[in-house]
Structure formats: structure tokens, C-alpha cells
Design a protein around this ligand. Structure first.
Ligand code: UDX
Length: 473
């Protein structure tokens, strides 16, 4: 078989990013590419322990590789920790990556391109080593466009956000003029995050991205077409190839999703769901890195219990930040949940969302979770924690109308009311919208659909790069 190319994939080493990148890696593996997937030592070990990457689902052309030790932790919810991880990736990861790229031709096929969301490192590699880079931002197009618009917002004096200005509409994110409020901008536009180093990088990002070969997005035209046209006016080469989890499942004709988990999935929740009425359960999960206080935990819990609905709650071991001397999860909560709900440390989420008993999703609105919910036809209540989630949740509630946005509040009566709206009062209307959107997602990844064709175009693009690399050698 002819050699199509060797692709190096380097995700920001967190669950959400790894999920989308691994799904893309698998699709590229199915298209006969050699793929090297680079992780930190810790994420590598956890992936091997808890996912099915090692179960023979990849071909021998796929190789997992690790950075040297020393890259700062892999579970992080604060700006400071994110920045530390980022800097250790630059300090330790980048020299290693340069060496890996330089050496790769010695023992195997040379790299054809790099796919990564590590912007600064990617730019250096592209400039100094001439390796073409695809910038795969694992967030949605709408949130990405809001990030790209930050310099315009600053110039128009819409940032920093004025005192009491959280509900004012912003005018400098093209295509979102009528509905995007200051509170819906990515969280790093909020005063306490604007001074951090990540903010500086975001301000220069729009110019820098021009130096990269193309952008890849895990989204589909039917969901974000209008915003994508604004992005393409500045960056013509954008491949929208999502939802990747659904695309992979369809191409492999799988009934059950494969697992990219970094934590042990507790499958007992599926048996619990099996014993519940159709569309009666609200699934609660705040993703892989969000944290909540003990007080917020109790408000959510009372809201859930007072709603009278059954619930399945992912209580990640590091979800609750307790003060000294406090137990993170009070005994009363564990005991009180037994009547109405079920708790697990980590769930097989795609399977849970597809389960007939699940009728709603209380989510932090991470991009993977949002897409998974849409594909499964499950309406959402969004309680965004940080980053792109603030923008995603506005789109869910106001633009796509596939759920409700509960941004910035989580007192027990708001939680209870939202659950009643979602599961009773507005159930029919929200279900219809999300099921329709789910159908569009499935059309996009089916032969002839936009994401299906765009993935083929991406593959052809990489093959062309491979041919030109080989000519230069
Ligand atoms: C964060 C961002 O918010 C997200 O938008 C960005 O793209 C990546 O970083 P995270 O908190 O990990 O992501 O949320 P999300 O993007 O939703 O990803 C979480 C993933 O973990 C999902 O694919 C979900 O299926 C999976 N998951 C979550 C499980 O498999 N089991 C669980 O119990 C919870």
C-alpha cells in the first residue's frame, strides 16, 4: 500500500482536547496514515489504564509517544495552573518535539505535518523546521470567533467589561451583535482573568494563526455555518469535520462508543439507567476539569432533589474544592441521593447520553459535552465554568435553542426551576429542536455530508503535502 504520510498529533494534555484529537487520529489511521500521538507521561499512563486505546482498535501504524517527565500536572481548573502547564510544555516539551521531528526520518517515515492546539509551539516548529501545521482548536467555531475578536473588543473599548456591564450587548463580535452579552464572552474577558499571561497570548492569536497551514474544527456547517463564514473571511482554509465522535462511530459502524477516558469509567450507572422510565433522568456532569465549592455542590443537590426528578451525577474525585476540615461530599448527600439518584466518579458519557432513560443534561457546556448532547438529542441546562463554555452556553440557549443557559447562578431554586422547565414545561419544544439539530449533525458526517466531504478534503490536502515533502527529499 502506498505511504500517504506520517502525522504528528500533539494535543494540549487535558481530557477534552485529547478526546477530539484521538478521534481524529483514529479517523486518519483508518485512512492509512501513520500517526504518532504525543502525550505527557502522566496522561499516557492514565489513558492506557482507563481507555481502550490499547485494545487493538488502532492499526500498527498508530504510535503513542510520551514527552519527558516534568510537564506540570494534567488536571487543572485555574488560570495559574493552566499557565504553568503551558510554560512547562514550552520549556520541556518544545525542545523534545524539535528533536523528535529532526530524528524521525532516521528510524521511520518523516513527518508530513503537525496537528496541534499548542499555538506558540506550533508556530515555532512551523517557522524553524518548515513543518506544515494544522491548528486544531478543539472548541466550537463561535467561541473561537469570540476569542479572535478580543483585540477588536479592546479597541472599541468594550473590554475591559464596565462595572455593572455584564448584561450589555457587545457589538464587536461580528455575527453575534444582537445576542452576545459581556457575560457570554470567554471567561478570560472577565476582570480577574484579563491580567493573566493567557490573555496576552489570546490578544496576539488572530495574527499568529495566519502563519499556520490551516484550521481544523470539530463542528459542522449546519450548526455554526453563519459564524464560520466570518472566520473564513479572515482564514480561508478551515476544515469543519465534526462531530468527530459520531463520525468515528459511524465509519467503524460501532454500536457503543470507544473510550478515550483518563479516569476509570463506572459502568454500573448503565444498569441503573436500564431500570428508569424513558426520558425521566437528568444527567449531571461538569466535565473533566471544572471544580465547584461545597456550597455550590449543596445548592445543586437541593435543586435536583427538590425538582423530584431522577438524576445521575458524575462526582469526579476532584470535583469539589473543600475548605480545610470539610469533607468534600457530605454524608447526608450520599445518603439522600439513594432515593432519587445515582452517583459515579466517571461515566461512559457518550453511552449515558444515548440511553433512552436520559431526558436532560445539566452540563458545564464543554465543547465535547455540547456536541455529544446534540448528537444524542438531549436538551441541556448549561452552567458554564470557564473558557469557551460561557459562549457555548449562550448559543445553546439563545441561538440553537437546544437548552437553557443558567450562567452565573446556581442557587437551589434556580436549579429546581430550570430542571422543571427542561424536563416538564418546555420539554416538547426543546426536545424537537435538539433532535432536529442531532439529525443535521448525523447528515453532516454521512457520505455526501459537509463534514464527511471536508474530512476527505483534509486527507487529500495531507497527501499532497506528503508528496511535496518526498519530492524535496
Ligand atoms: C474543556 C473545555 O470546556 C472544552 O470546551 C474544551 O474544548 C476542552 O477543555 P472539559 O471540561 O474536558 O473541556 O469538557 P468537554 O469538552 O465537555 O470534555 C469532557 C469529555 O469527557 C467529554 O468527551 C465527555 O464525554 C467525557 N466525560 C465526561 C466522560 O467520558 N465521562 C464523564 O463522566 C464526564
Amino acid at each position: 500500500m502506498e505511504f500517504s504520510g506520517h502525522i504528528l498529533i500533539v494535543p494540549f494534555p487535558l481530557q477534552g482536547h485529547i478526546n477530539s484529537m484521538l478521534n481524529l487520529a483514529h479517523l486518519l489511521d483508518l485512512s492509512n496514515f501513520h500517526v504518532t500521538f504525543l502525550l505527557t507521561a502522566d496522561t499516557h499512563a492514565r489513558l492506557l489504564a482507563h481507555s481502550d486505546v490499547d485494545s487493538g482498535r488502532f492499526s500498527p501504524r498508530f504510535r503513542l509517544h510520551t514527552f519527558p517527565a516534568g510537564i506540570h500536572g494534567d488536571r487543572t481548573g485555574s488560570q495559574e495552573e493552566l499557565a504553568e502547564m503551558f510554560y512547562s510544555l514550552v520549556k520541556i516539551g518544545e525542545p523534545f518535539l524539535r528533536e523528535l521531528i529532526a530524528r524521525t526520518g532516521d528510524s521511520g517515515p518523516p513527518f508530513t505535518c503537525l496537528i496541534s492546539d499548542l499555538l506558540e509551539i506550533s508556530l515555532n516548529i512551523s517557522r524553524d523546521l518548515g513543518l506544515p501545521v494544522y491548528y486544531f482548536r478543539t472548541i466550537g467555531a463561535s467561541a473561537l470567533w469570540a476569542y479572535f475578536s478580543v483585540p477588536d473588543l479592546i479597541q472599541a473599548n468594550e473590554l475591559p467589561i464596565k462595572e455593572n456591564g455584564m448584561d450589555s450587548l457587545v457589538t464587536k463580535v461580528k455575527g453575534m451583535e444582537g445576542f452576545l452579552r459581556a457575560r457570554d464572552l470567554p471567561s478570560l474577558c472577565r476582570a480577574d482573568e484579563m491580567t493573566g499571561p493567557v490573555f496576552k497570548l489570546v490578544c496576539t492569536q488572530p495574527q499568529l494563526v495566519h502563519q499556520l497551514h490551516a484550521i481544523i474544527l470539530n463542528t459542522f456547517e449546519g450548526l455554526e455555518g453563519p459564524i464560520l463564514s466570518h472566520i473564513r473571511a479572515k482564514y480561508p482554509k478551515v476544515y469543519t469535520i465534526g462531530p468527530l465522535h459520531a463520525s468515528l462511530k459511524a465509519r467503524l459502524q460501532l454500536k457503543q462508543a470507544s473510550s478515550n477516558s483518563l479516569l476509570q469509567e463506572d459502568r454500573s450507572c448503565i444498569a441503573w439507567l436500564d431500570s428508569q422510565e424513558p426520558k425521566s433522568v437528568i444527567y449531571v456532569s461538569f466535565g473533566s476539569i471544572s471544580v465547584i465549592t461545597r456550597q455550590q455542590l449543596m445548592e445543586f443537590w437541593y435543586g435536583l432533589v427538590n425538582s423530584g426528578k431522577k438524576f445521575l451525577w458524575v462526582m469526579r474525585p476532584d470535583l469539589v474544592v473543600a475548605k480545610d476540615g470539610e469533607t468534600p461530599i457530605p454524608l447526608e448527600l450520599e445518603e439522600g441521593t439513594k432515593a432519587n439518584g445515582y452517583m459515579v466518579g466517571w461515566a461512559p458519557q457518550e453511552e449515558v447520553l444515548e440511553h433512552p432513560a436520559v431526558g436532560g443534561f445539566l452540563t458545564h457546556c464543554g465543547w465535547n459535552s455540547t456536541l455529544e448532547s446534540i448528537v444524542a438529542g438531549v436538551p441541556m441546562i448549561c452552567w458554564p465554568f470557564f473558557a469557551d463554555q460561557q459562549t457555548n452556553s449562550r448559543f445553546v440557549g439563545e441561538v440553537w435553542k437546544v437548552g437553557l443557559d443558567m450562567k452565573d447562578v446556581c442557587d437551589r431554586s434556580s436549579v429546581e426551576n430550570m430542571i422543571r422547565e427542561l424536563m416538564d414545561k418546555r420539554k416538547g419544544e426543546l426536545l424537537k429542536r435538539v433532535e432536529d439539530m442531532g439529525k443535521l449533525a448525523k447528515e453532516a458526517i454521512t457520505e455526501g455530508g459537509s463534514s464527511y466531504c471536508n474530512l476527505d478534503c483534509l486527507i487529500q490536502d495531507i497527501i499532497k503535502l506528503n508528496v511535496s515533502v518526498r519530492k524535496t527529499i
